[in-house]
Design a protein around this ligand. Structure first.
Ligand code: ADP
Ligand code: MG
Length: 637
């Protein structure tokens, strides 16, 4: 007991645990997904470390996740044990990793969750944030985590330690495991289930949960210890009298963990106990036998490795939410295989989330993709694309890529400068554009609207940022005009008036399109039946500036000089004459105005763009409009 070190939780952890314990009954079941996900991370860490340090793991013992429930003898309640043979934790790591919260966005999350009185909203918030280890307290009164890291040069004789905490404590303890080093390596989490959580003692519940949330996202085998009763003819087993006395359904302890061969279909461990006493010799009699075995729950290949024809939408949704830890279903996905040059075959799954991460627009220049997960033969290698990082506009995409032919021990550094990565980057971008195009051309209007709501600005950013794909991305962007709520550059060109030579637009950031439609600058265009794009988003004008023209038609700012109408129903000679007469007539006024306005304006000219308004102040053709001038000032500040 003197060895037990008591620690106080970091205050954020106490707050988080309170939220968990008080507000989340409907989300109870996520605890298992979170524990499996941690086990998976720990196994991935071990395998990655072993690539450069064989002493950590030489490949001889199995990497797996095991789940076992143990009912109390009185039949009430019990424990659930989730274990992995992963990287484990030292006592210091137990205290830091489980006693502090290092996640980004934690304080924001806590403030919002504590302030909310709406349970569903809190639930959504929590789902999106991911509670990780603390979700254990959704179902457990007390949790024990025993952990043993692998022996290394730095830590040659690791000692198994235990972290324990109760749901209502503000403290936890870390101490050497009195059982000794019982785990070969890894972590074993024992949940003492709350009375209302005893359903998680049932094999069927556990198996269904693993299938629902985790089966196709872990590349390590997940085993469930299953028990069931079967009626068999008595003579199958030779029973000695001492064994027949053991009428309890308790069975002898079986092998600690499943055998290495993960693909074996049949019972790995089987242990038999006779439950009913056999009194009479033949005639053959049936007896109840308790059978048990570690059953391999995720025998199916991971989702991305399956044939898309046999995968349901539901499965894609579930895979996405667990694998990428997003609470909301994806907006769209693309499941494909390919070849990234020199025979590097791969399978990939690409998802558009239905919401962009909050940090994305907050600090777009610092946002780095974490979600292009590269696997080699189902082994996670890296999610860091290094030099081949996706461009800003695409950095939010979620992708899993599994390459068949790369050497497993390829180092992350070589990978990053590798040709495969370069090709992969290109391919991801190509497929993203394809998926955007598919939604644009498809007939799911709701999906189309959602895409433009979520990704409208992304398409414009891409068109500005990515010169190579500028045309394609700009072509997918949608705008409002004085004639249509929604149009594209292509549609604009199709709808042009006879003889029209320019694409007219009017830009003012932050204005509503309907207000822009009232602008004096477009009165005459509007009256003459021309379509004018009403650009209100920050990127619009920059995009138009980068494009300069679309299908041979130059963009023309309606607020600048240089407007050409090009109506064919007006005789150009006649128009010139008219203009001349007008200039003559208005000469005295123009001169008077020039004198009065002085240096405030560069020039005063007779306009042919106004219908109802008496005058307008416009920018020079080559000059900046007020908008761009404002933006430039802001970016220089
Ligand atoms: P996250 O997984 O998002 O980091 P968690 O609360 O789920 O947050 O886990 C906290 C930390 O505890 C992990 O980052 C990891 O360092 C450690 N941890 C949790 N479970 C395990 C495990 N089974 N094996 C090793 N380390 C673990
Ligand atoms: Mg976690």
């Amino acid at each position: 007991d003197t060895l037990k070190v008591k620690h106080n939780y970091q205050s954020d952890v106490s707050r988080l645990r309170k939220i968990v314990i008080n507000s989340l009954y409907s989300h109870q079941e996520i605890f298992l997904r979170e524990l499996i996900s941690n086990a998976n991370d720990a196994l991935e860490k071990l395998r990655l470390t072993a690539l450069t340090d064989k002493s950590v793991w030489d490949g001889s013992d199995p990497l797996n996740i095991t789940i076992k429930s143990m009912k109390n003898e009185d039949g009430k309640g019990g424990c659930l044990v989730v274990a992995d043979t992963g990287i484990g934790m030292t006592p210091e790591e137990l205290a830091t990793n489980l006693g502090t919260l290092a996640k980004s966005g934690t304080s924001d999350f806590l403030a919002r969750a504590e302030g909310s009185t709406d349970a569903t909203a809190t639930g959504n918030l929590i789902g999106a944030f991911g509670l990780g280890f603390y979700s254990s307290f959704l179902v457990a009164d007390r949790v024990e985590v025993a952990s043993l890291p692998p022996a290394t040069a730095k830590n040659p004789n690791p000692q198994q330690h235990v972290f324990t905490s109760s749901a209502d404590d503000s403290t936890f303890e870390v101490y050497p495991d009195p059982r000794g080093n019982t785990l070969g390596r890894g972590t074993e989490i024992t949940l003492h289930l709350k009375p209302d959580a005893s359903e998680y003692l049932e094999d069927a519940t556990l198996s269904a949960l693993v299938h629902k949330h985790s089966a196709f996202s872990s590349s390590f085998p997940i085993y469930l210890f299953e028990r069931w009763t079967e009626e068999v003819p008595e003579e199958i087993e030779e029973v000695t009298p001492s064994e027949t006395e053991a009428t309890s359904s308790e069975t002898a302890e079986v092998a600690e963990t499943p055998k290495a061969d993960a693909d074996e279909d049949e019972a790995i461990v089987e242990d038999v106990t006779i439950e009913e006493e056999a009194k009479e010799p033949p005639p053959p009699k049936m007896v109840n036998v308790t059978k048990e075995q570690w059953s391999h729950l995720n025998k199916q290949p991971p989702l991305w490795a399956r044939d898309p024809k046999n995968v349901t939408k539901e499965e894609y949704d579930l895979f996405y939410t667990t694998f990428f830890k997003d609470f909301q279903r994806p907006l769209a996905w693309h499941h494909f295989s390919g070849d990234a040059g020199s025979g590097s075959a791969f399978k990939a799954l690409l998802f558009f989330p239905s919401k962009l991460p909050e940090e994305y627009w907050q600090k777009p220049l610092e946002y780095k993709s974490k979600d292009v997960k590269l696997m080699v033969k189902r082994v996670f290698i890296t999610s860091d694309l290094g030099d081949q990082a996706l461009p800003q506009w695409a950095s939010w995409v979620k992708v899993v890529v599994d390459a068949e032919d790369l050497p497993l021990n390829v180092s992350r550094e070589t990978l990053q400068s590798n040709r495969f990565m370069r090709q992969l980057r290109q391919l991801i971008i190509k497929r993203m554009i394809q998926l955007f195009t598919k939604i644009s051309e498809g007939d799911d209007k709701a999906q189309f609207d959602k895409m433009h709501e979520t990704y409208g600005s992304i398409l414009k950013l891409g068109a500005v940022e990515d010169e190579k794909n500028r045309e394609k991305l700009a072509g997918l962007a949608r705008f409002t005009s004085n004639q249509r709520n929604e149009t594209s550059f292509d549609q604009y060109v199709e709808n042009k008036k006879k003889g029209q030579k320019q694409i007219f637009y009017l830009a003012e950031i932050g204005k509503k399109p309907e207000d822009l439609a009232q602008s004096v600058f477009i009165e005459k265009l509007h009256a003459r039946g021309y379509e004018v794009l009403l650009l209100t988003e920050p990127l619009d004008e920059i995009l138009v500036g980068h494009l300069r023209q679309w299908k041979g038609m130059p963009f023309q700012d309606a607020a600048k000089a240089g407007l050409k109408f090009g109506d064919e129903d007006i005789d150009p000679e006649e128009e010139k004459e008219q203009q001349k007469t007008l200039e003559e007539n208005f000469k005295p006024l123009i001169e008077y105005l020039k004198k009065e306005a002085g240096d405030a304006v560069r020039d005063v000219v007779l306009s042919n763009r106004l219908v109802k308004s008496p005058c307008a102040i416009v920018a020079e053709t080559g000059g900046y409009t007020a908008n761009v001038a404002k933006m430039m000032a802001a970016s220089n500040a």
